[in-house]
Design a protein around this ligand. Structure first.
Ligand SMILES: C[S@@+](CC[C@H](N)C(=O)[O-])C[C@H]1O[C@@H](n2cnc3c(N)ncnc32)[C@H](O)[C@@H]1O
Ligand code: SF4
Length: 399
């Protein structure tokens, strides 16, 4: 019934792989769930046997591999050798996402030598004050130094890769600095900027950072940033326009037209059609991920994507083959749900991509992220460093 699931894939490279070699991180961002997990500082690296299975079974069929997703890749000693393994396996698109703070000159040299395609560096402030209040424990000056080093070494080696892409979580406290982000991108030679909305996990107490209540201001800031980025030749993925409250039919039409124009600008006509089909449920699948994507956690467990917080994994590479996991009854059930043959499970039903076709404000309501296996009254232990940062950034805190 399901034409091409992973269970019956040919040896073609059809698979987008996201994986984390370690669950650890060196800093404590206020909007990230990881610092509330014990794994943040004590988690174990991926066992050799799991990595071996990934190199044997997963890399040969991967069309892209991101060697990080939910933690900090430079915290793993294995990170550079793992990049090398992915490149040697012939994966056409090798990339990773990082906070960039631990990226040494030697690492940059190696990454360029290997031909890694893209590095996505996350930052959520264009000044030291804002950056360091959100990315607690990070040093803005250090980050800029590392970004300049990347630019310098690439130029010295006359290399256009890796392309530097910025990732920025749009929040109330950094809205005024989006233009500063574009200027910084120009200064350090970033070729792309990716803006995303904050997912306001209830455990983190960050819903005051959502920007949906001032749509006109946000739309104006984003328009200006987009224009400026375009002027510098930087590709910036625009966020969809925010809608200002209850709209008349004609206002809705104007807004839809503006949104379609923006999506066409970023993704072409195909992008517009994909959103229309998803939004009006004309699309055969609510989401494609469990057909062509896999997220591998450091312990080898497999989820179809990185937004799979409350659900049990589909299986584990520590004891099973990939084919077995994606051919399992549970994986088949998931695909049936996404093709409309059964009700969606909670993770999918709440995923911004499924809810809206393209992320919009209704898909970003605060909700709890933790697994249902935890006791009802369970509260995450907030590290002291984060507790202090939270108090000083809450609205009404003394300046
Ligand atoms: C979890 S981090 C892991 C990689 C790396 N440590 C970093 O910061 O880029 C992956 C991405 O998720 C983003 N992120 C973290 N918490 C988020 C949230 N609540 N909403 C939206 N994006 C978030 C980060 O900004 C980063 O770009
Ligand atoms: S650097 Fe990345 S993984 Fe670490 S706390 Fe920040 S967003 Fe989370």
């Amino acid at each position: 019934m399901h034409e091409r699931s992973l269970a019956n894939l040919s040896p073609r490279r059809d698979l987008d792989v996201l994986m984390d070699l370690t669950p650890r991180c060196n800093i404590y961002c206020t909007m990230c769930l990881l610092p509330l997990e014990e794994e943040h500082s004590k988690g174990a690296e991926m066992p050799e046997v799991v990595f071996k299975r990934i190199s044997d079974e997963v890399f040969p069929r991967a069309k892209s591999v991101s060697l990080s997703c939910g933690s900090e890749p430079f915290m793993s000693k294995r990170f550079l050798p793992a990049l090398e393994t992915a490149v040697s396996a012939g994966v056409p698109n090798v990339r990773f996402v990082t906070n960039g703070l631990l990226m040494t000159d030697d690492a940059i040299e190696r990454i360029i030598e290997l031909g890694v395609n893209r590095i996505m560096v996350s930052l959520d402030g264009a000044t030291a004050a804002t950056y360091e209040s959100i990315r607690v424990g990070g040093k803005f000056e250090k980050l800029v130094d590392r970004l300049m080093a990347l630019d310098r070494i690439k130029k010295a080696r006359r290399s256009t890769t890796p392309v530097l892409k910025f990732s920025w979580v749009l929040m109330r406290s950094n809205l005024d600095e989006v233009l500063g982000l574009v200027e910084l991108a120009r200064r350090v030679g970033a070729g792309e900027i990716y803006l995303r909305h904050l997912v306001p996990f209830a455990e983190l107490d960050v819903s005051h950072e959502l920007v949906f209540d001032t749509p006109h201001t946000v739309n104006a800031v984003l328009d200006e940033a987009w224009e400026r980025a375009r002027g510098y030749g930087i590709r910036m993925t625009s966020l969809p326009k925010l809608s200002p409250g209850r709209l008349s039919v004609s206002q809705k039409l104007v807004l839809s037209f503006e949104q379609a124009r923006e999506i066409a600008r970023d993704e072409g006509l195909g992008g517009v059609l994909a959103v229309v089909r998803r939004k009006w449920r004309l699309r055969p699948k609510a989401c494609d991920q469990p057909w062509f994507s896999v997220y591998i956690r450091p312990d080898g467990s497999i989820n179809p994507c990185g937004a799979w917080f409350k659900e049990a994994p589909l299986g584990s590479l520590a004891s099973q083959h990939l084919q077995e996991i994606y051919g399992s009854e549970d994986a088949q059930r998931l695909r049936n749900e996404l093709t409309g043959l059964a009700p969606l499970r909670s993770a999918c039903a709440q995923c911004p991509n499924v809810v809206s076709g393209r992320s919009n404000q209704h898909a970003f309501k605060p909700r709890s992220a933790w697994a249902s296996g935890r006791p009802r009254d369970w509260k995450p232990k907030v590290p002291k460093i984060l507790e202090r940062a939270r108090k000083s950034t809450q609205p009404g805190a003394p300046v």
